[in-house]
Design a protein around this ligand. Structure first.
Ligand code: UT7
Length: 311
């Protein structure tokens, strides 16, 4: 039995914040941000909206898209680094209540921007062992509440949003082919949230450009494929230059990489499912396509999943 994706949903808050908004408060400019990161604007959630609200909205769309009922969900996993509560309860428990799911197991997966790929691999284990049939996997973040708005090195980079998928068994010629997960705890100090988000941008940049192509190579090889056979790469959206450098290193043209950070900036664990939904909505992703998702972030962590799209 192979685990795959049965439905996808996403949600972003309505409030748009453009780069120009930072020009009034920080020593920066729209030109600098756009040229150095590829970001034009991001969404910012209001005070009455927290991570679990974004997650619940995206989940409801994913459930509808999968054509199942909320009562069919057997487990809830939320990848997040910006939970509603510091510590506990988990966002997954809050989502369970908000969407009125059954009293199924619910837990958060903490692997920062690689969290969504980690959570997908956790779900895959339960599905392929026949333990659970439908697992709701979410990437959701309200990063804005953890930003130091006086720090131009970080404030300009992030946004709020959520993406969700329903994972379940799919036909033999579809679903997850391989995965590659890893972590390097020696880099823990490079990017962390303790009250506020702090980052050594240059070090994280170097790590990303090194690790992303490496992980892609691993996952593609494990799938028994060549890079030329991958129709679409969905990378974590941190910086367009990181994606371009990774594509260069791999010898793959950058048009095969999904790019949504111009509109949403870096939504941490949410960037991959957000981009996935955009690719479905635009009609670019079709049944039978080979997709590689790749995340990297604090920990330092990384994770890739190769799959054949469709049920
Ligand atoms: O989700 C994963 C986590 N995030 C990432 O993967 C982000 C990884 N890092 C990056 O994307 C980039 O390192 C940044 C966008 C954060 C920085 O870009 P950079 O091209 O690596 O700039 P830099 O750190 O080399 O800094 C160049 C200059 C510095 O000034 P000095 O020291 O040369 O005088 C910075 O102080 O740019 C300055 N700078 C800014 N200038 C205008 C840094 N931030 C800004 C800013 N506006 N917002």
């Amino acid at each position: 039995m192979r685990a795959g994706i049965l439905g996808v949903g996403h949600y972003v808050p309505e409030q748009v914040m453009t780069n120009h908004a930072f020009e009034e408060t920080l020593e920066t400019s729209n030109e600098w941000i756009l040229a150095r990161t590829g970001i034009r604007e991001r969404r910012i959630a209001g005070e009455d909206t927290d991570t679990s609200d974004l997650a619940a909205h995206a989940s409801i769309e994913a459930i509808e898209h999968a054509g199942i009922g909320v009562e069919d969900i057997d487990m809830i996993l939320v990848a997040t680094g910006t939970a509603d509560y510091d510590g506990f309860p988990s966002v997954a428990c809050l989502v369970q209540e908000k969407i009125k799911a059954r009293q199924v197991p619910a837990l958060d997966v903490s692997a920062a921007c690689a969290g969504f790929t980690y959570a997908m691999v956790v779900a895959k284990q339960f599905i392929e062992t026949g333990t659970y049939r439908h697992v709701l996997v979410i990437g959701a973040e309200k990063v804005s509440k953890k930003l130091d708005w006086t720090d131009r090195n970080t404030a300009i980079l992030f946004g709020d949003g959520a993406g969700a998928i329903i994972m379940g068994p799919v036909s033999e010629d579809k679903g997850i082919l391989s995965f590659d997960l890893g972590a390097d705890g020696t880099g823990a100090e490079q990017l962390f949230i303790k009250d506020y988000l702090r980052m050594n941008g240059r070090e994280v940049y170097k790590f990303a450009v090194r690790q992303m192509p490496k992980s892609i190579h691993q996952v593609v090889e494990k799938a028994g494929l060549n890079l030329s056979e991958i129709d679409l790469f969905i990378p974590h959206q941190a910086n367009s230059r990181i994606i371009e450098e990774a594509a260069n290193k791999l010898g793959v043209t950058k048009d095969r990489f999904s790019m949504t950070l111009d509109r949403y900036a870096n939504t941490c664990a949410a960037t991959i499912p957000l981009s996935l939904k955009e690719e479905i909505n635009s009609g670019r992703l079709k049944s039978g396509d080979v997709v590689v998702m790749v995340g990297f972030g604090a920990g330092l962590t990384w994770g890739s999943v190769a799959m054949i799209w469709g049920k």
